[in-house]
Design a protein around this ligand. Structure first.
Ligand code: NAD
Length: 352
């Protein structure tokens, strides 16, 4: 059968390598800007300050208040700092939380963004912004949200703690897993996701042995770029919905939640589309869900939602919230099926 697909094109400029942080000024000038506000979390303030110093008069200031799930009260303060400092661009130096803040400023002010990711979460290549207001998380997709430039510098990931290295990689693998069966997938994304599975499978065990292994860091960051590109191009389904419910309504930590759910959502959907998920089974072991469970366990990932502080009594409410809005998934499901899946992830049992 002749294949049919639409490839929307990749509009973000990507600079990838080791030591590429040094090219930030050049990229800023290329965009036609000369006053950037550098963003980070409080943890990465020193790195943001060092980057601002390196940029000299091209840096308008540092805002080091980024927090997980992009609370709007933080965004309001950051927008004020953007305006007060006369900034014309934002540079987000950090993980998904910092990239999220850059996107939230951009969508409100029209600012261009340079994202410099330091985890594998994969927000940088997407047009997706999740924000929280009064304890509720909402997500939107718009062209203005997507960063103009992404600078991947392998050296910045050498300091990523091992725990976050592993959970963040599993978070990235979840983007690829859902891309493999996305109804709007295309051959470019499929090829990138296949390559990413091989790269993570090779890099993560080496990083568990030595988190400072630069070559393995390079492979893992390359894989993260592939997975982020997939997330930014095609539709996600049940896995991302469940992670969103558990993060948004039960305040579970982002990367760990993705990591724990992944083998279970993979097993659930592999029962319906085993051929589409064969690139995962081929790399991590068959069947795909069990293969990922073994890989996560061997990498020292957290395996049980119970260990993240979720009470067993919360599972029926989580399943009910996940059923609220209809969305596409390769395998049809009802509330009872979701509850069974969540119970397995809560207990951390190996999928069949
Ligand atoms: P994070 O950005 O919250 O980072 C976790 C902690 O690790 C922070 O304190 C951070 O400063 C620190 N850190 C990050 N990189 C480090 C490094 N190299 N060395 C030392 N410390 C480092 O975590 P995350 O998992 O990257 O991002 C999670 C957030 O991103 C969530 O809010 C999630 O919703 C969002 N996200 C959004 C998208 C999207 O497309 N919109 C995609 C993925 C994730």
């Amino acid at each position: 059968m002749t294949r049919a697909f639409t490839f929307p094109g990749i509009t973000t400029r990507v600079v990838f390598g080791a030591g590429t942080l040094a090219r930030t000024g050049e990229e800023l000038a290329r965009l036609g800007h000369s006053r950037a506000l550098v963003l980070s979390t409080p943890n990465q303030r020193q790195d943001a300050q060092a980057l601002a110093e390196r940029l000299g008069d091209k840096a308008a200031g540092v805002f080091a208040g980024a927090r997980m799930h992009t609370p709007v009260e933080v965004t309001e303060k950051a927008v004020q700092a953007f305006l007060d400092t006369g900034s014309d661009c934002v540079i987000s130096l950090g993980g998904g939380s910092t990239t999220g803040l850059g996107k939230a400023i951009a969508v409100r002010t029209g600012a261009d963004q340079i994202a410099i990711p330091t985890t594998y979460a994969g927000s940088e290549m997407t047009d997706i912004l999740g924000e929280t207001a009064s304890g509720e998380k909402t997500t939107r997709r718009e062209a203005a949200i997507r960063p103009e430039v992404v600078i991947y510098d392998v050296d910045l990931t050498l300091s990523l703690p091992l725990g976050l290295t592993v959970t963040s990689a599993l978070n990235a693998i979840a983007h690829a897993m859902e891309a493999f069966y996305a109804p709007d997938r295309n051959p470019v994304i499929e090829a990138m996701c296949r390559d990413a599975m091989r790269a993570f499978q090779s890099a993560i065990p080496r990083l568990v042995q030595d988190p400072a292994d630069r070559e393995a860091r390079g492979e893992a960051l390359y894989a993260a770029w592939c997975c982020s590109t997939a997330l930014g191009q095609v539709s996600m389904a049940l896995h991302h919905k469940l992670a969103h419910v558990l993060g948004g309504s039960f305040d579970l930590p982002h990367a760990e939640t993705h990591a724990i759910l992944l083998p279970h959502t993979t097993a659930f959907n592999a029962a319906a589309v085993p051929d589409l998920l064969s690139p995962i089974a081929g790399v991590f072991g068959a069947p795909a869900g069990a293969g990922l469970w073994d890989f996560a366990k061997a990498s020292g990932a957290p395996m049980r939602l119970a260990d993240l502080g979720l009470a067993k009594a919360d599972l029926p409410r989580a399943a009910a919230i996940a059923m609220k809005n209809k969305y596409w998934n390769p395998r049809p499901f009802d509330e009872a099926a979701i509850l069974t899946l969540l119970q397995a992830a809560w207990a951390g049992t190996r999928p069949a």
